[in-house]
Design a protein around this ligand. Sequence first.
Ligand code: SF4
Ligand code: SF4
Length: 90
Amino acid sequence: MGATIPESGNADDYETGGWRSERPLRDIEKCNDCMICFFACPESSIRVENDKMVDFDMKHCKGCGICKQVCPRDAIEMMNEIKACKLEEK
Ligand code: SF4
Ligand code: SF4
């Protein structure tokens, strides 16, 4: 079985958030905006404004947990996607 990739692409082109099973949540009290997660995220999903981390881009975040692994301040937790969606609905 094979596949053809007609054109090159990058993380901006592929909305990998659709099949995420976990999502990152940031504790803003612990985060010091060091941006290590920004450089480590393979999906360019760390949103930054004015040199500060503001959010995760959930259209592109695939829930890999790399941001949690590299965060030196343990400011990121991974949460089950279904649980997170239910919390958002409330
Ligand atoms: S790596 Fe951790 S402390 Fe640094 S910006 Fe990201 S969440 Fe904040
Ligand atoms: S879970 Fe993975 S894709 Fe999502 S923000 Fe963290 S490093 Fe990026």
